[in-house]
Ligand binder design. Structure first.
Ligand SMILES: Cc1cc2nc3c(=O)[nH]c(=O)nc-3n(C[C@H](O)[C@H](O)[C@H](O)COP(=O)(O)OP(=O)(O)OC[C@H]3O[C@@H](n4cnc5c(N)ncnc54)[C@H](O)[C@@H]3O)c2cc1C
Length: 411
């Protein structure tokens, strides 16, 4: 293998490039990324960048020297438009072709938009540094902010806007924020957290249109309610960036479908928000039937999977046995001064139990179970507990064993 091409110059792609070098790869690495910036970190975009605590100089994932040391051919601001696995080429936006021996796909995901009104100024989604800067600029002069969608990104934007003293309303189609991943009990706790922080909330509410001439003035709900807003942030989820792979012959379906080694085809791997793969750690209880695959949209996974994909590409190139990628997924979300940490699978779930601490104290750990096994944990203010149950999830313990451990800890 002489040349590896990585498409997507962000968290997964950069970590893949570093892992290739760490594994001793001395050939050419071409990193293709369609954003103008050097690779930067996304989590601060909804947090420190919006509150104004940080500026963009804190966002780069690596220094210019560290990037130089990787000896990459970095095609910055370039878009891959087509992959041809037969010819082993990637076509770029200027129709030039880049050849590869090994390929890592790390094109991540993009924010979903409402089917209407995104042309109005003051209406935003949040995925890139440029999105965040535009939102921040609007927040500088905003008085009323509407956040559409109370998932993790929406809830973080609401929190950051409140920290700036703005009037914030969060509109959510379901009955509580983050209901899917947290479940009813913790979503009710999260409702209280946002209420105490002064966020106004409209649940079971759908947006029918955004009102305004050239700039947004209000959000209209399907029940006719009009919410005044001079800035609107839409956080209704993401879609994997698979459009450039449509005629590649790879299996696509809510992500690039890979095997347990993150391999989509011979010498082609995928990593990060775009990759869908069977995580063998969760197969003992038939997770995700019938496809039994997962796609993770979190920071730690993008790093770990980028590295795993690179290692397996190296192993395949040497004809050696590859290693299944079997992480216990982890993520955190910072809202109103608290860090919500989660690990494993929290949805779907059959079981939920608050095992330590109390919701009132904002310090607790809760566990989730499916088909008789411990599958997930959420902790607030208690990283040690999170790690403890994360370890048990890795050991594939039963739900009863997890409860037994909880009783022992409570002593
Ligand atoms: C605002 C925000 C806050 C977040 N907060 C948290 C958090 O608190 N905790 C947490 O765990 N996770 C968080 N995340 C999620 C985390 O940042 C992502 O999981 C991570 O960025 C995924 O990395 P990735 O490299 O797979 O994809 P991405 O970061 O999406 O990068 C993909 C790159 O590929 C580029 N690209 C796409 N198509 C092409 C193409 N055809 N040609 C060339 N380049 C292309 C994209 O422009 C992008 O630069 C947050 C995400 C956002 C947006």
């Amino acid at each position: 293998m002489e040349r590896v091409v990585i498409v997507g110059a962000s968290l997964a792609g950069l970590n893949a490039a570093e892992a290739l070098r760490d594994e001793g790869f001395q050939g050419q690495i071409t990193l293709i990324g369609n954003e103008p910036e050097i690779p930067y970190d996304r989590p601060p975009l909804s947090k420190q960048l919006l509150t104004g605590e940080w500026d963009v100089d804190r966002l780069p994932l690596r220094s210019a020297e560290d990037l130089d040391a990787l000896k990459l051919e970095f095609l910055r601001g370039r878009t891959a438009v087509r992959l041809d696995p037969q010819a082993s080429t990637v076509e770029l936006d200027d129709h030039s072709l880049v050849e590869y021996d090994g390929m890592i796909i790390a094109t991540g995901a993009r924010a979903l938009t409402l089917p209407f009104s995104h042309e109005l100024s003051g209406v935003h989604t949040l995925r890139t540094q440029q999105d965040a800067l535009r939102i921040r600029e609007d927040l500088d002069s905003a008085t009323r902010v509407a956040v559409i969608g109370a998932g993790f990104i929406g809830a973080e934007v609401a929190s950051s806007a409140r920290a700036r003293g703005l009037d914030v309303t969060m509109v959510e189609a379901l009955s509580a924020p983050m209901l899917g991943p947290l479940g009813a009990d913790l979503a009710a706790w999260a409702t209280g957290l946002h209420e105490q922080a002064g966020v106004q909330m409209r649940f079971n509410a759908r947006v029918s249109r955004l009102i305004g001439e050239s700039r947004v003035e209000a959000v209209e709900l399907q029940d006719g309610t009009r919410l005044e807003a001079d800035t609107v942030v839409v956080g209704i989820g993401v879609r994997p960036n698979v459009q450039w792979l449509e005629d590649s012959g790879l299996t696509i379906g809510d992500g690039v479908i890979c095997d347990q080694f993150c391999r989509a085809a011979p010498m082609i791997y995928a990593a990060g928000d775009i990759a869908r793969w069977p995580n063998e750690l969760f197969m003992h209880f038939r997770y995700g039937e019938p496809q039994r695959t997962m796609r993770i949209e979190h920071w730690t996974n993008a790093i770990e999977q980028g590295m795993a994909a690179a290692r397996n590409l190296m192993l395949e190139s040497r004809g050696e046995r590859m290693e299944a990628f079997t992480p216990v997924p982890y993520f955190w979300s910072d809202q109103h001064g608290l860090s919500i940490m989660a690990s494993g699978i929290t949805a779907p779930r059959d079981e939920f139990r608050l095992v330590h601490g109390s919701l009132e104290s904002n310090r607790f750990a809760a566990i989730y179970g499916l088909r008789g096994y411990l599958t997930g944990v959420v902790a607030v203010g208690w990283p040690r507990m999170l790690r403890r149950y994360q370890g048990l999830i890795r050991k594939q313990v039963s739900w009863d064993e997890a409860l037994e451990t909880a009783r022992e800890i409570e002593g």
